[in-house]
Structures are given as C-alpha cells and as structure tokens.
Design a protein around this ligand. Sequence first.
Ligand SMILES: Nc1nc2c(ncn2[C@@H]2O[C@H](COP(=O)(O)OP(=O)(O)OP(=O)(O)O)[C@@H](O)[C@H]2O)c(=O)[nH]1
Ligand SMILES: Nc1nc2c(ncn2[C@@H]2O[C@H](COP(=O)(O)OP(=O)(O)OP(=O)(O)O)[C@@H](O)[C@H]2O)c(=O)[nH]1
Ligand SMILES: [Mg+2]
Ligand SMILES: [Mg+2]
Lengths: 298, 269
Amino acid sequence: VVSRGFRSARLALQGKAELTDAALEPALREVRASLLEADVGVSVVADFLERVRVRSLGEIVPIKGPGGTDLRVTPQDWFIKACYDELVELMGPSGRALRLDGKPTVILLVGLQGSGKTTTAGKLARWLASQGRKPLLVAADVHRPAAADQLVVLGRRIQVPVFSIKGMNALQLATMGVAQARNVGRDVVIIDTAGRLAIDGPLMEEVRSIRNAVDPHETLFVTDAMIGQDAVATAAEFDRQLDFTGFVMTKLDGDARGGAALSIKAVTGKPILFLGQGESLDKLEAFRPEGLAQRILG
Amino acid sequence: AALRETAHDGRAQALEDVLLQADVGLKTAQALVARAGAADDPVEAIRRELRALLGEPSEWTFPTRPGPLVVMIVGVTGSGKTTTIGKLARRWTNEGKRVLIGAADTFRAAATEQVAVWAERAGADLVRAGEGADPGAVAYDATSAGVARGMDVVLIDTAGRLQTARPLMDELSKVRRAMNKARSGAPDEVWLVLDGTVGQNAISQALAFHEATALTGVIVTKLDGTAKGGAVVAVAHQTGLPIRWLGLGERAEDLRPFDRDAFVDAILG
Ligand SMILES: Nc1nc2c(ncn2[C@@H]2O[C@H](COP(=O)(O)OP(=O)(O)OP(=O)(O)O)[C@@H](O)[C@H]2O)c(=O)[nH]1
Ligand SMILES: Nc1nc2c(ncn2[C@@H]2O[C@H](COP(=O)(O)OP(=O)(O)OP(=O)(O)O)[C@@H](O)[C@H]2O)c(=O)[nH]1
Ligand SMILES: [Mg+2]
Ligand SMILES: [Mg+2]
C-alpha cells in the first residue's frame, strides 16, 4: 500500500496518472449509462466495457502538460477516448464496396416490418445508377398492401425499371426477376422483400428459399436506428438463418442514438455498409465509423 | 466487477438486466431495483411498481354522444399507423359502426393505395386526394364528410415523420387545426403509434408528438415479435398518457385493447 501511494505520488510529480480500477470506476459507470441509453445491447455493453477496461488498466497517461501546465485531461477522459477508439475499431472499417461482379449482381434486402427496406431499395438503385450501373428493382413483397405500387413509384422517380407481376409468389418474382435482368441486360438486381419477424417460421422459410434460389452476392439486413434491445436477438436470428453479408441502418436523420449498430456488428460480425439519412432517395451514405461511434457514445 | 455497484448483489443485477433487455431503460430499471431490491419477493415488488408506473388502467369505450368520433393517428415513419387504422376500422365496422378513413398521407409513395386496400377490407368509406395534395385539406374534407354522411367514426391517417423534423411537426399541428375547423372540438382522440421494437427514443417521440398535437393516447405495435416494448413504461409515466391498443400482427384482427397486467407480466418474462 505504501509503495502504491509512493508510485502515484511520483507519477503525479511527472504530470502523469495510472489508470487503476479505482480511477476507471466512475468512467466505466458513466460510459455504461450512456451506451445503454443509446440502445446498445446489455451483453454487448458488458463485453465492450470489459474489453476497454482490460486494455486500459495499468496504463500511465499524461494529465498535465510540459512545465506542469494543466492539460485539463483526467484519467476518466483517457478512458472515454479509449472507448471511442475501440468503438471506431469495432464498428469499422468504413463501408466496403458492394460486390458488383455478378452477371447480374443480386442484392437481397431483408429485415423487420417498417425498417426501411423498400425505400432503401430505391436508394440503392439510384446510387448504383449514378455509378453507371443498370439496376433492376424486383418487387418481391407480396404481403403488404400496395408494396409493389410503392416500389413502382420509387422506380419511376429515378427511371429505374421495376419487375412486378401480380399473382406471382415471392420466390417466383425473385427468380424471374433475376432471369429478366439477364435477358434485358440489367447488371444489378435489387430484390425488395416483405418485412418479417425472425420468429415467423413460414416467412423466414420464404426468404431462405429466395436466397437459396438466387444466390445473392449481397444479402443486406435493413434495420431502423431507433430499435432497442431487440436488435440483438433479431439480428442474430436473421444472421443464423440467412448469413447476411452486411447491414444498413436507416432513419439516422432523427435523434435515435443508433446503438443497435454496435450490437449487430458485435453479435454477427457483419459490416455496416450504408446509412439511411432521410426519406428521399438521395439520402444514402456509405458507412464511416467515426460519426456513428460519436453518436452512440454520446 | 466494478459495475456490480449499481446493484447490491448478483440477484439484483439479474433483475436489472431483465428490465434493461425489455427496453425499460437504465434510470427506470435502477429505480425499480433499488426500491424492490430489499423486499422479500423483489420480482413481485417490481411487478407492482411497473403497474404503478403505467398508471391505473382506464378502459376506453366508444363515446355515446352524437358523432362522428374523430381520431387522428400520428407517429414516426414505419411505426404501423396505416395498418393500425385498418385494424381499428375493421373492429368498429364489425361492431356495426359506420367508419370513414381520411387518407391524409399525401407524401409517401403509394400511401393512398395502401390505405385504400385497408378501407376496402374494413368496409369503410375513404376520402382521398392526389399525391402532393395538402394534408390539412384532406383531413378537413374527411372530417366534413364524416359529419355530412352521419358517420360514427372518422380515422385520419397521417404521413410518418421523425419528431426532430420541425417543419413536419408544424405541419401536424396544422392538420389538427384543419380538423377542428371542419368540426369544432375535433379531433376527439389523437393516438401516437409507437413501434414496439423501439428503444429509448420512444420518450423523445412521445414528448415531441405530445407537444405538437396534444396526444390523448398511445398505441404500441409489433409486440407479436420478441420485443417487450418496455420503453412505453417511461412514456406512460412521463406523459401520463393512457396506452389504448396493442398491435399484435399484420392482419385486421391483430389488435387488442391494452391489458396493463399482461403487458407487465410479459416484461418480467
Ligand atoms: N426519416 C426517414 N424515414 C425513412 C428512412 N428510410 C425509410 N423511411 C421511411 O420509413 C417508412 C418505412 O419505410 P419502408 O421503405 O416502407 O419500410 P419497409 O421496411 O419496406 O417496410 P415493410 O415493407 O412494411 O416491412 C416510410 O415512410 C419511409 O419513407 C430514413 O432514412 N429516414
Ligand atoms: N408484426 C407486425 N407488423 C406490423 C404491426 N403493425 C404494422 N405492422 C407492419 O409494419 C409495416 C409498416 O406498417 P405501416 O402501417 O405501413 O406503417 P406506417 O406508420 O403507416 O408507415 P409510414 O406511413 O410509412 O410512416 C407493415 O409491414 C405492417 O404490416 C404489428 O402489430 N405487428
Ligand atoms: Mg417494404
Ligand atoms: Mg402509413
């Protein structure tokens, strides 16, 4: 005990402090509260904080500048910076490019009801068209009233063709849509599907059969930024059944903190590719971790 | 190990985790565990506290005064407003009421087509306008038509909007005023539709929508999934608003009056 007091006194003289358990305690609690308020999953918060705690423990950090000037940085500030860096690293890297080497490339959109899939399909089509691609939208949601109409309207707005045939089931629409793309020389097929619960057996079977039939280059899980703790179980189950290749978080133009992004990345290991920042079709951004890390950490 | 300080022992931490995973939120969860932690049966104590936070159940019954009952449905994008209107319309036509739906979402692609399908399914009248029409004008027309035709209910569907979009929240206040012009005192009910999977943002939604349109109740949808809807506890507690209905699926019949005790039991698993 004497030697520890000695050590911290000596460090203080050098304008330094050691990140001890005692020093980290208040910062840990503060960050935990912030992450939970940001809707990060309970178990994800615990794992994350333990990671940063273990990494930070025992570090010697400067808290005073040269000549004893006050850096105004506390050991707690160092811990929070370590949390930010860890968040950026965990959620990163920046959204990788889509796999677009197929003939045609097939992108399948899946997710819970109302998460923003249909709108995101339109956004992706516009994004790809502006890069010189020739996308085809496929309206494979046969459950929601006027879902096909919605996609047709979006396609018209951006002059992208929409494959939609009344009376076909979702699987037929998906497979015929891909065949159609091949026939008319469209090089990317974006398949919009109905919202569904991860626990809905028949509907998960429907989307699994679509995936098996069209073998997508990308299967994107679309999630709302305001989703709470349910993101953990839902994303895990969607991933278990579909092995999605990446995810999109929508409605980030609001003030939801978006902690589910950390949960989903932590639980599935799948990357965040795009962020939806509004209702109009130009409101799609490639993912960069820094902004979301700041938003989640608060 | 440092985090255990928020709970007195492993059992308290477990209780806090159950509450947190139900989206109850940290402040509420900590308060509940602190108050109940010392009790002989902490789970029962928390059950009672949750019920108290949700307020005394007040059964909503169809008003007996001359109609129409005018109901405005609001909420963020994708929360389940249009589907819920279809369900309410169906419930009330089944009860022999004459229902009129006002398609006042003139913004979103195919919004009118979607609500038209529901009106047909429910056997309800529909008042609509072209895309880009003024939503206040549609709400006014629907309310007037409801009065003129002697309908029992007018349900007004509005476009989804995020509570942070100031101009859109102002638009909502304007739509409400238009309904009041069509019939003094309208709308009789303004119900906020909250997605049951929502996390802590629910509180921000409720406060902002309440400020813009003086809500009279809340509807929570999508509770047929794995989400517990616990954020609604803080909403009810902070606003004093009653929870009127729960959405439990995508079909017309998937709507139930709010059952406070069953809701609390589901949170506690
Ligand atoms: N503010 C905002 N609204 C969005 C965003 N993305 C989608 N929306 C809106 O959210 C609502 C739901 O979007 P949809 O594209 O219909 O969602 P969906 O996942 O296809 O819904 P289902 O097919 O019913 O499962 C619509 O009103 C969209 O305009 C976004 O990034 N920001
Ligand atoms: N599982 C489930 N899905 C629901 C429930 N209520 C609505 N949905 C689905 O959620 C999606 C969005 O519903 P909408 O009624 O279009 O939502 P909205 O609030 O009108 O959307 P916007 O007008 O675009 O803001 C649809 O796929 C609905 O079928 C529910 O209680 N349970
Ligand atoms: Mg859709
Ligand atoms: Mg709607």
